[in-house]
Design a protein around this ligand. Structure first.
Ligand SMILES: [Mn+2]
Length: 240
């Protein structure tokens, strides 16, 4: 089988323009590598620091990455995109224009005879009811509709400021072992999954637990890590 590649938390658009250019260059070369080697690519959330898709408008500045994703699917690579907490508002564009398979919720599948479970990783922390309420508000159809009526220049400006604040806030919280992700993975592994793959934490991790493996893909802000599964082994590597 052709290997499958996994990334998460690229957070395109988060940093200063010069840093964003470097990150984009690295991501484009990674995607080129994926195109010539992979059977599948999994993007497990927060590809963008903020993405909102209007009926007729998409955020500008990402055409190279979007074009490369479209090249991937055109050349026969299956691309799965699981929406994260920063890019939940994907609508039909990624599927209809770029050919990706979009998942809004955690999903499972069998890959090379192994059972995989994918979850972005948000909303699992113990005592994080505040976030769980916010998540319901952000995902509510009526709120999404109301937000879509704000002019994009204002809407995207507000959302980007909010997104930065939220990230600054999240990074001051240290959930440590209480981030709920390992516990969640252990529960899925008990149900019979071999691999539970997540992002969101921005800290790469690969840990054997109870006959399975918990993977955290890290991020592309500081680590530039990705996962690769060739049918036998899941490896976490760094893209240079
Ligand atoms: Mn996240």
């Amino acid at each position: 089988m052709k290997p499958s590649y996994f990334i998460s938390d690229v957070h395109l658009g988060l940093q200063e323009p010069e840093i964003e250019r470097q990150k984009e260059r690295a991501l484009l070369s990674f995607l080129e590598h994926v195109q010539s080697n992979a059977g599948r690519l999994y993007i497990l959330g927060d590809l963008f620091d903020f993405w909102f898709e209007y009926r007729h408008v998409i955020p500008k500045g990402y055409h190279r990455v979007l074009g490369r994703l479209s090249d991937l699917t055109e050349s026969g690579v299956e691309v799965h995109y699981l929406a994260g907490n920063h890019d939940f508002w994907v609508r039909s564009y990624f599927h209809e224009a770029l050919g990706l398979t979009v998942h809004r919720d955690p999903f499972a599948e069998e890959l090379g005879g192994k059972r995989f479970f994918y979850h972005h990783g948000d909303g699992l922390a113990i005592r994080d009811n505040g976030y769980r309420i916010l998540k319901k508000l952000f995902r509510s159809k009526i709120n999404i509709f109301l937000f879509s009526l704000i002019h994009p220049d204002l809407g995207i400006y507000l959302a980007r400021s909010w997104s930065r604040m939220s990230r600054a806030y999240t990074s001051t919280k240290n959930y440590g072992e209480g981030d709920g992700m390992v516990e969640y993975a252990v529960a899925r592994i008990k149900e019979g999954f071999d691999y539970v793959v997540m992002g969101h934490r921005h800290e790469p991790a690969s840990r054997k637990v109870g006959g399975g493996t918990y993977i955290n893909l890290g991020d592309w802000i500081t680590h530039r890590t990705y996962g690769v599964f060739d049918g036998d082994d899941f490896r976490l590597e760094q893209w240079n």
